[in-house]
Write a protein that binds this ligand. Structure first.
Ligand code: AMP
Length: 194
Protein backbone atom coordinates (compact mmCIF):
# COMPACT_ATOMS: atom_id res chain seq x y z
CA UNK A 1 0.00 0.00 0.00
CA UNK A 2 1.58 3.22 -1.18
CA UNK A 3 -1.11 5.69 -0.15
CA UNK A 4 -3.85 5.44 2.46
CA UNK A 5 -6.80 7.78 2.99
CA UNK A 6 -7.32 8.72 6.61
CA UNK A 7 -10.74 10.04 7.61
CA UNK A 8 -10.80 11.75 11.00
CA UNK A 9 -12.31 14.56 12.99
CA UNK A 10 -12.16 18.21 12.11
CA UNK A 11 -12.26 18.51 15.92
CA UNK A 12 -9.52 17.37 18.25
CA UNK A 13 -11.73 15.72 20.91
CA UNK A 14 -11.54 16.01 24.69
CA UNK A 15 -9.20 13.11 25.43
CA UNK A 16 -5.52 13.52 24.45
CA UNK A 17 -5.28 9.79 23.73
CA UNK A 18 -6.86 10.33 20.28
CA UNK A 19 -4.55 13.17 19.28
CA UNK A 20 -1.55 11.11 20.40
CA UNK A 21 -2.67 8.18 18.26
CA UNK A 22 -3.01 10.49 15.23
CA UNK A 23 0.60 11.60 15.83
CA UNK A 24 1.67 7.95 16.11
CA UNK A 25 -0.09 7.01 12.87
CA UNK A 26 1.51 9.93 11.02
CA UNK A 27 4.97 8.91 12.24
CA UNK A 28 4.27 5.28 11.29
CA UNK A 29 3.26 6.27 7.74
CA UNK A 30 6.47 8.25 7.27
CA UNK A 31 8.58 5.40 8.66
CA UNK A 32 6.92 2.88 6.31
CA UNK A 33 6.95 5.27 3.35
CA UNK A 34 3.15 5.40 3.10
CA UNK A 35 1.62 8.62 1.73
CA UNK A 36 -1.36 10.24 3.45
CA UNK A 37 -4.45 11.33 1.54
CA UNK A 38 -6.95 13.21 3.65
CA UNK A 39 -9.54 15.99 3.78
CA UNK A 40 -7.00 18.79 3.41
CA UNK A 41 -7.84 20.64 6.61
CA UNK A 42 -5.43 22.11 9.15
CA UNK A 43 -7.86 21.77 12.03
CA UNK A 44 -8.56 19.00 14.55
CA UNK A 45 -7.31 15.45 14.10
CA UNK A 46 -6.77 16.18 10.39
CA UNK A 47 -4.30 18.95 11.14
CA UNK A 48 -2.45 16.83 13.69
CA UNK A 49 -1.72 13.91 11.36
CA UNK A 50 -0.84 16.22 8.44
CA UNK A 51 1.51 18.37 10.58
CA UNK A 52 3.21 15.31 12.06
CA UNK A 53 3.96 13.91 8.61
CA UNK A 54 5.11 17.25 7.15
CA UNK A 55 7.53 17.73 10.06
CA UNK A 56 9.06 14.35 9.19
CA UNK A 57 9.16 15.03 5.43
CA UNK A 58 6.33 12.63 4.64
CA UNK A 59 3.98 12.79 1.66
CA UNK A 60 0.66 14.52 2.44
CA UNK A 61 -2.05 15.07 -0.18
CA UNK A 62 -5.13 17.02 0.84
CA UNK A 63 -8.35 16.87 -1.17
CA UNK A 64 -10.71 19.66 -0.23
CA UNK A 65 -13.95 20.87 -1.79
CA UNK A 66 -13.99 24.49 -2.94
CA UNK A 67 -16.54 25.53 -0.35
CA UNK A 68 -14.27 24.44 2.55
CA UNK A 69 -11.15 26.09 1.19
CA UNK A 70 -11.24 29.05 3.57
CA UNK A 71 -7.96 30.41 4.82
CA UNK A 72 -8.64 29.25 8.36
CA UNK A 73 -9.52 25.67 7.38
CA UNK A 74 -7.40 24.52 4.40
CA UNK A 75 -3.84 23.38 5.11
CA UNK A 76 -1.37 25.42 3.07
CA UNK A 77 1.76 23.60 4.11
CA UNK A 78 1.30 20.11 2.67
CA UNK A 79 2.85 18.31 -0.32
CA UNK A 80 -0.20 18.87 -2.54
CA UNK A 81 -3.67 20.36 -2.09
CA UNK A 82 -6.29 19.26 -4.63
CA UNK A 83 -9.40 21.45 -4.75
CA UNK A 84 -12.59 19.79 -6.02
CA UNK A 85 -15.89 21.32 -7.11
CA UNK A 86 -18.07 19.41 -4.67
CA UNK A 87 -18.05 17.10 -1.64
CA UNK A 88 -18.92 14.14 -3.84
CA UNK A 89 -16.19 14.76 -6.43
CA UNK A 90 -13.76 14.99 -3.50
CA UNK A 91 -14.59 11.37 -2.58
CA UNK A 92 -13.99 10.26 -6.16
CA UNK A 93 -10.62 12.06 -6.23
CA UNK A 94 -9.60 10.46 -2.93
CA UNK A 95 -10.57 6.99 -4.12
CA UNK A 96 -8.49 7.42 -7.31
CA UNK A 97 -5.40 8.11 -5.22
CA UNK A 98 -5.47 5.50 -2.46
CA UNK A 99 -4.96 1.78 -1.84
CA UNK A 100 -7.04 1.68 1.35
CA UNK A 101 -8.95 3.66 3.97
CA UNK A 102 -8.60 4.18 7.72
CA UNK A 103 -10.95 5.97 10.11
CA UNK A 104 -9.68 7.58 13.30
CA UNK A 105 -12.12 9.14 15.78
CA UNK A 106 -14.35 11.80 14.26
CA UNK A 107 -17.96 12.85 13.76
CA UNK A 108 -20.51 12.83 10.93
CA UNK A 109 -17.95 13.64 8.20
CA UNK A 110 -15.73 10.75 9.24
CA UNK A 111 -18.65 8.29 9.38
CA UNK A 112 -19.95 9.45 6.01
CA UNK A 113 -16.57 8.88 4.37
CA UNK A 114 -15.79 5.49 5.91
CA UNK A 115 -19.28 4.14 5.22
CA UNK A 116 -19.11 5.30 1.61
CA UNK A 117 -15.85 3.34 1.26
CA UNK A 118 -17.57 0.27 2.78
CA UNK A 119 -20.57 0.66 0.49
CA UNK A 120 -18.27 0.75 -2.56
CA UNK A 121 -16.69 -2.46 -1.25
CA UNK A 122 -20.08 -4.07 -0.63
CA UNK A 123 -21.12 -3.38 -4.21
CA UNK A 124 -17.80 -4.63 -5.55
CA UNK A 125 -17.04 -1.24 -7.11
CA UNK A 126 -13.84 -1.15 -5.05
CA UNK A 127 -11.85 -3.98 -3.49
CA UNK A 128 -9.68 -1.93 -1.12
CA UNK A 129 -9.26 -2.57 2.61
CA UNK A 130 -11.24 -0.38 5.00
CA UNK A 131 -10.07 -0.19 8.60
CA UNK A 132 -11.02 1.41 11.87
CA UNK A 133 -8.32 2.29 14.36
CA UNK A 134 -10.34 1.67 17.49
CA UNK A 135 -8.26 3.72 19.92
CA UNK A 136 -9.61 3.56 23.49
CA UNK A 137 -12.64 1.58 22.21
CA UNK A 138 -13.95 4.77 20.55
CA UNK A 139 -15.94 2.81 17.95
CA UNK A 140 -17.20 -0.03 20.20
CA UNK A 141 -20.84 1.11 20.12
CA UNK A 142 -20.78 1.55 16.36
CA UNK A 143 -19.35 -1.95 15.93
CA UNK A 144 -22.16 -3.32 18.15
CA UNK A 145 -24.68 -1.56 15.91
CA UNK A 146 -23.16 -3.31 12.87
CA UNK A 147 -23.63 -6.66 14.66
CA UNK A 148 -27.28 -5.74 15.29
CA UNK A 149 -27.65 -5.05 11.56
CA UNK A 150 -26.34 -8.57 10.88
CA UNK A 151 -28.62 -10.28 13.44
CA UNK A 152 -31.66 -8.30 12.23
CA UNK A 153 -30.98 -9.21 8.59
CA UNK A 154 -29.86 -5.90 7.12
CA UNK A 155 -26.18 -6.56 6.70
CA UNK A 156 -24.51 -9.74 5.43
CA UNK A 157 -21.90 -11.21 7.77
CA UNK A 158 -19.47 -11.34 4.83
CA UNK A 159 -19.93 -7.60 4.30
CA UNK A 160 -19.66 -6.92 8.04
CA UNK A 161 -16.34 -8.78 7.92
CA UNK A 162 -14.99 -6.36 5.31
CA UNK A 163 -14.49 -3.80 8.06
CA UNK A 164 -11.06 -4.39 9.63
CA UNK A 165 -10.69 -3.29 13.23
CA UNK A 166 -7.80 -3.03 15.65
CA UNK A 167 -6.76 -0.83 18.53
CA UNK A 168 -3.12 -0.94 17.43
CA UNK A 169 -1.65 0.60 14.29
CA UNK A 170 0.65 -2.33 13.48
CA UNK A 171 -2.15 -4.93 13.66
CA UNK A 172 -4.54 -2.81 11.64
CA UNK A 173 -2.01 -2.20 8.88
CA UNK A 174 -1.04 -5.87 8.70
CA UNK A 175 -4.75 -6.82 8.44
CA UNK A 176 -5.06 -4.31 5.61
CA UNK A 177 -2.06 -5.75 3.78
CA UNK A 178 -3.52 -9.27 4.10
CA UNK A 179 -7.06 -8.22 3.08
CA UNK A 180 -8.86 -10.15 0.34
CA UNK A 181 -12.16 -8.66 -0.81
CA UNK A 182 -15.14 -11.05 -0.65
CA UNK A 183 -16.44 -12.55 -3.89
CA UNK A 184 -19.51 -10.67 -5.08
CA UNK A 185 -22.67 -12.43 -6.25
CA UNK A 186 -23.49 -12.46 -9.96
CA UNK A 187 -26.50 -10.22 -9.32
CA UNK A 188 -24.34 -7.53 -7.77
CA UNK A 189 -21.78 -7.75 -10.56
CA UNK A 190 -24.58 -7.25 -13.05
CA UNK A 191 -25.90 -4.18 -11.23
CA UNK A 192 -22.44 -2.62 -11.07
CA UNK A 193 -21.84 -3.08 -14.79
CA UNK A 194 -25.09 -1.25 -15.70
P1 AMP B 1 -16.05 15.34 11.08
O1 AMP B 1 -15.77 13.91 11.42
O2 AMP B 1 -17.52 15.64 11.04
O3 AMP B 1 -15.29 16.32 11.91
O4 AMP B 1 -15.56 15.54 9.59
C1 AMP B 1 -14.25 15.22 9.26
C2 AMP B 1 -14.15 14.58 7.92
O5 AMP B 1 -14.98 15.25 6.99
C3 AMP B 1 -12.73 14.67 7.40
O6 AMP B 1 -12.21 13.37 7.09
C4 AMP B 1 -12.82 15.58 6.19
O7 AMP B 1 -12.55 14.89 4.99
C5 AMP B 1 -14.23 16.12 6.16
N1 AMP B 1 -14.30 17.49 6.72
C6 AMP B 1 -15.21 17.93 7.61
N2 AMP B 1 -15.01 19.23 7.95
C7 AMP B 1 -13.95 19.62 7.24
C8 AMP B 1 -13.25 20.85 7.12
N3 AMP B 1 -13.61 21.93 7.81
N4 AMP B 1 -12.19 20.91 6.29
C9 AMP B 1 -11.82 19.84 5.58
N5 AMP B 1 -12.45 18.66 5.64
C10 AMP B 1 -13.49 18.53 6.45
Amino acid sequence: MKKIAVFCGSSIGFNEVYKNEAIKLGAYFVEKNIGLVYGGGKIGMMGVIADTMMEKNGQVIGVIPHLLKHEEVAHNNISKLIVTKTMSTRKVEISKLVDGYIALPGGFGTLDEIFEALTLGQLGIERKPVGILNTNGFYNHLLKQLDTMVTEGYLKQSNRDMLLVSNTIETLISKMFAYKAPKQTKVINKVVRL
